[in-house]
Write a protein that binds this ligand. Structure first.
Ligand SMILES: Cc1ncc(COP(=O)(O)O)c(C=O)c1O
Length: 425
């Protein structure tokens, strides 16, 4: 599509947007009496209007039925999980039984490593991306230590080449090949939190399996942002959080995918708790762990039904909008932003931003390295009511989220950038 740098054109894109009514389902922080330009759905997604009602329903049921709420009422709590797995399966491309909603992301990563990092003899290495989100780095470092390894002996990081920003796909495949006899696991991000680069999970999975390694992905920035086909790609496991694109609130309950081929594998090590126990006999309270034969068999503890409710509110919107439409609009929003940034550079005596996000492999997040007056520009954006985030040394990340952001907001953002940058010329 040929883009134009005019407000009219942005408004036309909004008028043609089949998802435009979803914006009305969300609550926006206010700035000078108007909705702020909220471009931080990659950090904490906005609150759906119905979340408070769905959570209040749980409170009401608790008030009226007490512990009986697990079995009775409009939404018996024991069956609440069943409402979440269908919409999530559509978001990540899985079978409903391959999804479990539990805990939060870093906790789930450790639980999955307990099952899927199975070093045997010299096959003990883990390949991961260099400069992955810090929690992932700390997870791997402490997990391998706990298994008796030195991180430097078993963790192999793949970094961008000297002078480059993104990791080349061929370098990931080359690292797999170079370590093929020693590789136990590839643990990788679906979408890099800093640059916004999307990785080819299908090919990475095939390459890992070809050398006999397991594969797991951290989908914190991918779930609800890009299209995923975890089951068809044959991924072994994946974990994500639900407070970013999935709009389920601060500290929202996390999600895990485990391929169905592992569900009946009682030899696979795992940490267990009573909530993962065969539902038919759980309350017989017998010794000996008998897991539910689905991803739910990895649950440990009684879940927070309040967090389920907040998750449910948002997942219903995803069900209505559909991941494919959301992805297409997300691509269009970020393509439009890239066009406007190019225009900004072209109309300035010196370039103002260097886009770090690859044009072809991205979601809706765009990361900009600020070449001049970065901090001042960021502060001016904040003063103008734009929610963006700052990452050291001088990167501004923004995400125009297809569920609730508009093309006009993207255009307004570029205008604010232009006016601010002109002050420093
Ligand atoms: C890529 C990635 N991994 C892990 C985490 C940590 O998530 P949590 O704090 O929910 O464990 C985050 C948080 O933003 C993240 O972006």
């Amino acid at each position: 599509m040929k883009f134009l740098n005019t407000q009219d054109f942005a408004q036309q894109l909004d008028a043609a947007d089949s998802l435009r009514s979803f914006r009305q389902q969300f609550l926006f922080p206010q700035h000078n009496g108007k909705d702020a330009i909220y471009f931080l759905g990659n950090s904490l997604g906005l609150q759906p209007k119905r979340t408070a009602t769905d959570m209040a329903e749980v409170m009401q049921q608790w008030q009226e039925l007490g512990v009986e709420s697990w079995f009775k009422g409009d939404k018996p709590w024991l069956q609440y999980h069943d409402k979440l797995v269908g919409p999530l399966a559509a978001i990540v491309g899985a079978l409903p039984g391959e999804i479990v909603v539990m805990n939060s992301l870093t906790v789930n990563l450790h639980l999955m490593l307990a099952s899927f990092y199975q070093p045997k003899g010299k096959r003990n290495k883990i390949i991961c991306e260099a400069k992955a989100f810090p929690s992932d780095q700390y997870t791997l470092e402490t997990h391998v230590k706990q298994r008796g390894f030195k991180p430097e002996d078993v963790i192999v990081e793949v970094a961008p080449r000297e002078g480059e920003v993104n990791i080349r796909h061929e370098d990931v495949l080359a690292a797999i090949e170079a370590n093929k006899d020693e590789l136990a696991l590839i643990f990788w991000g679906g979408l890099n939190y800093y640059t916004g680069q999307v990785f080819n999970m299908k090919t990475i999975t095939a390459a890992a399996h070809a050398v006999g390694a397991m594969v797991g992905f951290d989908l914190a920035h991918a779930a609800g942002n890009i299209q995923l086909q975890l089951h068809n790609w044959d991924v072994d496991f994946a974990c994500w959080c639900s407070y970013k694109y999935l709009n389920s609130g601060p500290g929202a309950i996390g999600g895990v995918y485990i391929h169905e081929r592992f569900h009946n594998d009682k030899e696979l090590p795992r940490f267990a708790g009573w909530w993962g126990y065969n539902k038919a006999t759980r309350f017989k309270m017998q010794p000996g762990f008998d897991p539910i034969p689905s991803a739910e068999g990895w649950q440990l503890s009684t879940p927070s039904v309040l967090l389920y409710a907040a998750h449910y509110s948002s997942l219903q919107l995803f069900e209505k909008a559909g991941m494919s439409s959301l992805y297409q609009k997300g691509q269009q929003l970020s393509d439009y932003l890239l066009f406007l940034l190019q225009d900004l550079n072209a109309n300035s005596s010196q370039p103002i931003v260097q886009v770090l996000t690859p044009k072809e492999n991205k979601g809706c997040q765009v990361s900009m390295l600020m070449l001049r007056n970065g901090r001042e520009v960021f502060d001016a954006l904040t003063d103008a009511g734009v929610f963006a985030d700052w990452r050291e040394p001088n990167v501004i990340r923004i995400a125009a989220v297809p569920m609730y952001n508009t093309f006009e907001e993207v255009w307004q953002f570029a205008q604010i950038m232009k006016t601010t940058c002109e002050q420093f010329q």
